[in-house]
Design a binder for this molecule. Structure first.
Ligand SMILES: Nc1ncnc2c1ncn2[C@@H]1O[C@H](COP(=O)(O)OP(=O)(O)OP(=O)(O)O)[C@@H](O)[C@H]1O
Ligand SMILES: [Mg+2]
Length: 322
């Protein structure tokens, strides 16, 4: 599929005096995972609800596959599916019962509903738990059944609102695999998350949202590059030279130097302070200073900043709340 799955212009949503979405412009290319990244209260869920026609915008426009979310709300509803932050399956029903019921509501015949339920439970590693009540599922199983419920009919656009919040690393990986599988089948995914590594893992483009506004947008590489910093990791031949190396790097880069647990290793931030040199050039000069001071470097690496660093630089706070 080509074109845009989502386009918004100056989208606004007020709750009383509180402007939850404050002029959001988004363009989500079809067939991709797009990450909407932001801390608690940033306006992620509200944006998703506007796009899913669950809320009406107070100003601006939003189109889903070219259809206006207000004027063509029914058409939009037919093409999207939402896995909410607070999900919708019935706790007292079993996994199978939930999926069959929802498939029946979507118009599948009973045999077709049973087939689709079994197929999804199997694909999501829930076959063994299929006959158990959902209230007895673990958090990870629960999240997987939520996503399964939202793709009973393969939607063109799937909203995943914080699909892995509160999951352990293994369950998060399982959900990530599911997202990748869904996209491989042609569905566009709009993913909201507070986790930078999640956006990094899944999304091809990311919008960083804070206080209802998009404060940065681009590919992961563009976002990292826009912060204009990186870090240089250095390994020395001789641990005794580390204090000297620390002083040289701190002076050359005008930045804090971190001593790694490995006694021969150091990491320094390359932040461009006081210079307009690129990160690579600054790092190269710092390495030359080490050589001049008689310090032997075994190897070094110049890393891009992590998305965490990007987020901190953009929002200028202590990062997303837990
Ligand atoms: N139905 C509502 N009525 C009043 N205020 C609301 C409503 N829904 C959201 N808000 C407010 O709008 C702002 C944005 O909320 P939203 O749920 O979109 O944030 P979020 O980015 O999804 O946060 P989180 O990461 O905590 O889920 C918050 O200040 C919130 O209190
Ligand atoms: Mg939310």
């Amino acid at each position: 599929m080509s074109g845009m799955a989502v386009e918004t212009e100056a989208l606004v949503k007020d709750f009383g005096g509180n402007r939850a979405v404050d002029g959001v412009d988004l363009r989500v290319p079809a067939g991709t995972v797009y990450g909407l990244l932001g801390p608690n209260g940033a306006g992620k869920t509200t944006t998703v609800k506007l796009l899913a026609t669950l809320l009406r915008p107070d100003a601006g426009h939003a189109r889903v596959f070219g259809h206006d979310v207000v004027r063509d709300a029914d058409t939009v509803r037919g093409r999207v599916s939402l896995t909410g932050q607070y999900a919708s399956v019935d706790e007292d029903l079993t996994g199978t019962e939930n999926l069959v019921l929802l498939a029946r509501l979507l118009g599948h015949t009973r045999p077709a509903a049973r087939d689709r339920a079994a197929q999804l439970l199997d694909a999501f590693g829930l076959a063994e738990a299929a006959g158990r009540q959902v209230k007895n599922y673990s958090g990870g199983m629960r999240r997987r059944i939520d996503i399964a419920a939202s793709i009973l009919n393969t939607p063109d656009l799937l909203f995943l609102d914080e699909p892995t919040t509160g999951l352990d690393p293994r369950s998060r990986n399982q959900v990530w695999d599911i997202v990748r599988a869904v996209v491989a089948q042609g569905t566009t995914v709009l993913l909201t998350t507070q986790y930078l590594d999640e956006a990094d893992q899944l999304a091809s483009r990311i919008a960083v949202i804070d206080h209802g506004k998009v404060i940065a947008e681009g590919t992961k590489g563009e976002l990292k590059a826009s912060v204009g910093s990186g870090s240089v990791h250095v390994r020395l031949r001789d641990a005794e030279q580390r204090p000297a190396a620390e002083r040289v790097l701190a002076t050359a880069l005008r930045a804090a130097v971190q001593l790694d647990p490995d006694p021969v290793a150091l990491t320094a931030t390359v932040n461009g302070h006081g210079t307009d040199l690129g990160a690579a050039e600054q790092a190269a000069r710092a390495l030359a200073e080490l050589a001049r001071a008689g310090i032997t470097v075994d190897n070094f690496a110049l890393g891009q900043p992590s998305l965490d660093e990007v987020f901190l630089a953009l929002t200028d706070r202590k990062g997303p709340a837990a």
